[in-house]
Design a protein around this ligand. Structure first.
Ligand code: MD3
Ligand code: FE
Length: 219
């Protein structure tokens, strides 16, 4: 893959572009890609949450998820006893999900482009909030109709240990630290890789939390 952001070490030095790690085929960590936008992004998250509050979905098995979630965009990810799915309306308010803030749309598109996926137009943005005790067990993202489009993820707040596995649940996992401002783009052969969040790092601020935005083309 030939990408302007991922040139040689010399290129990076000359252009001062953020370093990128290839996690696997088609999956790239853009370290600090959203660093300069963290304050604006958090303000936009807070505005979405004011209209569509964070909530703990039930899994189809009836367990309360430890991660609190909400959505913006044309469709949002929902879980309840009936299963996992995307829907146009917030089941709590019965209103359509709030629109994606322009800052989200632009960031998702630019990050995808930097990783070699031009013209990414997500219709769904899942907002995840992790308190210190929250976890996301190993899973695949397969509720989307379109598996050719990448997924873009943006980390804010507390750092976390991300688990990066393989195409089978039992494949061994790598641990990757995701810090605020890191953006990860998963596409191609990595789109259906098993992944999760093992732990969130505490800090001196007992109130602090982690946020993650995931942008998807769901339908
Ligand atoms: C790899 N969220 O919402 S983002 C999720 O940090 C989810 O909140 C985690 O997994 C979080 O479904 C991880 C990274 C991520 C998202 C989607 C992926 C990694 C992925 C899809 C395929 C492969
Ligand atoms: Fe996921």
């Amino acid at each position: 893959m030939t990408l302007d952001l991922f040139g040689s070490a010399n290129d990076n030095a000359r252009h001062d572009s953020p370093p990128a790690d290839e996690l696997g085929p088609g999956a790239f960590v853009l370290r600090g890609f959203a660093q300069s936008q963290l304050v604006a992004l958090q303000a936009d998250i807070d505005a979405v949450v004011a209209r569509a509050p964070l909530r703990h979905w039930l899994t189809p098995g009836g367990k309360r998820m430890s991660v609190a979630m909400t959505n913006c965009g044309e469709v949002g990810w929902i879980s309840d006893r009936q299963g996992y799915r995307y829907g146009t309306h917030d089941p709590l308010s019965k209103q359509p999900w709030p629109p994606m803030p322009a800052s989200f749309v632009a960031l998702a598109r630019h990050a995808a482009e930097a990783a070699g996926y031009p013209d990414f137009r997500p219709d769904a943005c899942l907002i995840n909030r992790y308190a210190l005790d929250a976890r996301l067990t190993l899973h695949q993202d397969r509720d989307e109709r379109e598996w050719d489009a990448p997924i873009v993820s943006v980390s804010l707040g507390l750092p976390a240990t991300f688990l990066w596995g393989g195409l089978r649940r039992g494949d061994r996992t790598r641990r990757v630290r995701l810090a605020p401002g890191d953006v990860v783009v998963w596409g191609g052969p990595s789109r259906l890789v098993y992944h999760g969040i093992a732990s969130v790092e505490g800090s001196f601020d007992a109130q602090a939390v982690r946020y993650n935005l995931t942008f998807r083309l769901a339908r």
